[in-house]
Design a protein around this ligand. Structure first.
Ligand code: NDP
Length: 482
């Protein structure tokens, strides 16, 4: 069985701990996929040193040439999309069409940021002093630590690594431990695209052991993180104390508001898709829906009809529309929430059970109805195939309840009223709004991220990426000074 190594200073090396982590397929936990290294703090220190040593050479290369390497990486990723996607499916259960889509999206992100190497690096500003040139120039921020989760094991790392690289920063990347094999294959894409040694370093291992050194090391200038709120808050504390830049993309409890004038077929389909895609393991998943009372019963029927269409099984099989959850830990968490929903009196409208297929971590698409605002399933992020439907009197009540959460990632409204749609755009307390669309979705050219407890720091992707991965240096030139 293959063993996947750390990638440090351009070489594939074992971890100093001598320990290995075995990966099992969540669709069939008796099936071993391979091993990855379990790094110790000293491995991370070596990776940071390699990144620091590579920094000046990488910064000196023109951004156009750095972009060329990303473009090559995009081509290689596309060529290897089937293999990388299959590995990701075997590691975390998501369907092959989803992981393949993610790999292709990774290539699109690489191409977008490759082009960024051709765009402007700063501005010329007017100076109050005669004969003076005043510039604001974007310069690299320094060594970037990228800590990524298992739920998008290809696209999330790339949307951090690609902008970090094109803006001239070396990277130390720590992926979610459960998707370390996919990570090694993604790192290999960058190596084969011709990235100089030390510019991208991969350290495999446990976040609880090597996370702190990534966040506190004196030679790390910026930390970009996607994952749970608990870990994110710890990173914020440590990074602030160390004077480092940080960017956090955290959880969500994303609402859909369904109004009486909406296209109910569309709304029901997209609420179910929004909740169940990737088995609900998306930070932007729809997890609560506020439905006007006059259409509630009709909407519930349509939602159940859509949920019934979902076919569950191994994500490598054709025709499957939902895979297992990613791990035993996820299985226990999600089934725990389903039990809480029942215990707290929500009406179980559909699903709610687990399925025994090859011993995999399968949970039925689960729809709760007549949920109330105080219930745990309405308040906390579940990260599984569960959605709670709530009856509301009108749009005002829906908006108030949609906003009454610590989270603020994304929200959707289904309506044909221009007035209500615009009101929702103005007043929903989130980073991303969908009108007649599902709560998920991202494009490389658009900023991605949330407000409130869902995110901190500059948003990811699009033009916001430059805010995080560069520093604005003000330059004053006095050519005629005497
Ligand atoms: P974590 O936040 O624990 O993991 C995300 C990343 O952080 C992983 O690379 C993890 O490494 C790393 N990490 C863990 N501990 C530390 C630490 N002390 N310092 C620095 N990095 C650390 O999320 P989980 O994977 O445990 O998932 C738990 C829940 O988090 C999910 O159920 C979901 O609710 C939420 N989540 C949200 C995501 C999002 O997209 N916003 C993505 C993933 C999870 P390792 O894998 O080695 O533990």
């Amino acid at each position: 069985m293959a063993n996947y190594l750390n990638f440090i200073n351009g070489e594939w090396v074992s971890a100093s701990s001598g320990e290995k982590h075995e990966h099992f397929n969540p669709a069939k936990p008796s099936e071993s996929i391979g091993f990855t290294e379990v790094s110790a703090v000293e491995d991370v220190e070596k990776a940071i040193e390699a990144a620091k040593n590579a920094a000046s050479g990488w910064k000196a290369m023109s951004s156009v040439n750095r972009g060329e390497i990303l473009r090559k990486a995009a081509d290689i990723l596309e060529e290897r999309a089937d293999d990388i996607a299959k590995t990701a499916t075997q590691e975390m259960g998501k369907r092959f069409v989803e992981t393949k889509g993610e790999a292709l999206r990774g290539a699109a992100i690489l191409r977008y940021f490759a082009q960024e190497g051709h765009r402007k690096k700063g501005e010329v500003l007017p100076s109050a002093a005669d004969g003076t040139t005043l510039l604001a120039v974007r310069v690299p921020v320094g060594v970037v630590a990228a800590i990524t989760p298992w739920n998008f094991p290809i696209a999330i790392p790339i949307w951090k690594i690609a902008p970090a690289l094109v803006f001239g920063n070396p990277v130390v990347w720590k992926p979610g431990q459960e998707t370390g094999i996919t990570a090694a294959k993604v790192a290999k894409v960058f190596e084969d695209a011709g990235l100089p040694a030390g510019v991208l370093n991969l350290v495999l291992g446990r976040g609880s052991v090597i996370g702190d050194v990534l966040t506190t090391h004196k030679d790390v200038s910026a930390v970009t993180f996607t994952g749970s709120n608990a870990v994110g808050q710890n990173i914020a504390k440590l990074a602030t104390a160390g004077g480092k830049k940080f960017q956090l993309e955290l959880g969500g409890k994303n609402p859909a508001v369904v109004l009486a004038d909406a296209n109910l077929d569309l709304a029901a389909r997209l609420v179910v898709e929004g909740a169940m895609k990737q088995t609900g393991q998306r930070c932007t998943a729809t997890s609560r829906a506020y439905v006007e009372a006059s259409i509630y019963d009709e909407f519930v029927e349509k939602v159940i009809d859509n949920a019934k269409q979902i076919t569950i099984g191994n994500g490598l099989q054709d025709g499957i529309t939902m895979g297992p959850v990613a791990s035993k830990k996820q299985f226990d968490t999600v089934t725990g929430y389903i039990q809480k929903g029942k215990d707290e009196g929500a009406e179980l409208l559909y699903g709610g059970s687990t399925l025994d297929i090859d011993g995999g971590y399968y949970i039925e698409p689960t729809i709760f109805g007549n949920a109330t605002h105080e219930m745990t399933i309405v308040k906390e992020e579940i990260f599984g195939p569960v959605v709670a439907l709530m009856k509301v009197a009108d749009y005002d009540e829906a908006l108030e309840k949609a906003n009454d959460t610590i989270y603020g990632l994304s929200a959707a409204v289904f309506t044909n009223s221009l007035e209500k749609a615009f009101h929702f755009i103005e007043n929903s307390e989130v980073g991303m709004v969908q009108i007649n669309g599902e709560t998920g979705g991202a494009e490389p050219q658009a900023p991605f991220g949330g407000v409130k407890a869902s995110g901190q720091g500059p948003k990811e992707q699009g033009q916001s990426a430059a805010e995080f991965f560069t520093t604005n240096k003000t330059v004053t030139i006095n050519p005629f000074a005497k």
